[in-house]
Ligand binder design. Structure first.
Ligand SMILES: [Zn+2]
Ligand SMILES: [Zn+2]
Length: 342
């Protein structure tokens, strides 16, 4: 036997292939609950509408069977995600008038659709949300009268012009690849429709100073950094600093003097101080990252609730003290999606 051919005994051991059954998607559950289109239409006629929120590699969607006087229709709504979703949430939190907020953000999303993808049957819509922040996306409808099976529905859905929009759901109408920041033109476009949207001059993320967990502090609504800007991190620094509205506000980061007092955080137990010169009045860990982030939201376990979640990151709160995020932290602990960061 040639030496180069391994014998069974000398062949390297490989772990057995892991064959896990694919997880059921919310759409699988929906069509399992309503095995035929006719059953779903009957249920929708009784309830007004049935909907199913789910996501895949290309977007976050809500499929809906809606009863109308003209007959049942199948609606697909595509939602913004990543940086564009953060802009919509930060913009909504930053405005006082909910009607003006919704309208300006809706018009901004409609205008974001590139001219060659605009179709009369696609409209920007507001759909019911599971939180205080509205769910705004782009919707298109199909009549259900000729669609007998769920396979018919899925095939018809694939041909919807709406599906061509998935490439702009991250906020890049030019179809450019993923980037950690939206182009400034996107902020300008939303402002032209009356939305109060702001970008950090350091990292380009959409920020608001009215996030309920971080009142008065410029915060991104994304779920890792929150009030922390990534501009120092890009230079290899561990230290956390805040977002800035203008480049003039971007002072060099500072260090603790060593005389600051600290107390243990009631949630994570880390020693925290509110006397760090970069974070006056904000509880941050002493040394290392000097981070104000205590925990981040983990998996909520429900796609629709996860999409609507207002929680970005959770602040440290010394034991025995109260803070603006107390209620959200209690809900996250109860729901099991409070994920410790340190
Ligand atoms: Zn920033
Ligand atoms: Zn903490």
């Amino acid at each position: 036997m040639p030496a180069s051919v391994p014998t069974r005994a000398s062949a390297p051991l490989r772990p057995p292939a892991l064959c896990l059954p694919p997880l059921d998607t919310p759409w699988d559950d929906f069509t399992g609950h309503y095995p035929t289109v006719a059953e779903a239409v009957t249920a929708a006629q009784a309830a007004g509408a049935l909907s199913c929120f789910y996501y895949d590699d290309f977007g976050e969607y809500e499929n809906c069977i809606r009863a109308t006087p003209q007959g049942a229709v199948y609606e697909v709504t595509l939602y913004p995600r990543m940086q564009l979703r953060d802009l919509v949430v930060a913009g909504w939190l930053g405005m006082d008038d909910p009607v003006r907020s919704e309208e300006s953000l809706k018009r901004g999303l409609a205008d974001l659709v590139p001219a060659h993808l605009r179709h009369p049957a696609i409209e920007a819509t507001v759909r019911p949300s599971t939180s205080c922040v509205p769910r705004i996306g782009w919707t298109q409808r199909l009549p259900l009268e000729d669609l007998r099976t769920w396979e018919d529905v899925r095939l018809a859905e694939k041909d919807l012009p709406l599906m061509d929009l998935s490439r702009i759901t991250e906020g890049r109408p030019d179809g450019a690849p993923y980037s950690s920041a939206l182009p400034m033109e996107v902020f300008d476009l939303f402002r032209s429709h009356g939305a109060d949207v702001f970008a950090c001059a350091g990292c380009g993320m959409a920020i608001t100073d009215r996030h309920p967990h971080w009142p008065g502090i410029w915060t991104s609504t994304e779920r890792e950094y929150g009030p922390c800007c990534s501009r120092l991190e890009r230079q290899g620094s561990l230290q956390r600093i805040g977002h800035v509205l203008t480049k003039r506000d971007a002072r060099p980061n500072q260090a603790l003097a060593g005389t600051e007092t600290s107390v243990p955080c009631g949630q994570c137990g880390a020693p925290v101080t509110d006397q760090h010169p970069d974070w006056p009045g904000v509880w941050v860990t002493r040394g290392g990252y000097n981070s104000p982030v205590c925990a981040v939201p983990g998996n909520v376990g429900d796609d629709a609730k996860e999409y609507d979640l207002v929680d970005c990151v959770y602040p440290h709160t010394p034991g025995g003290m109260s803070g603006p995020a107390d209620e959200a932290i209690r809900a996250a602990l109860r729901g099991g999606y409070f994920k410790r960061w340190q």
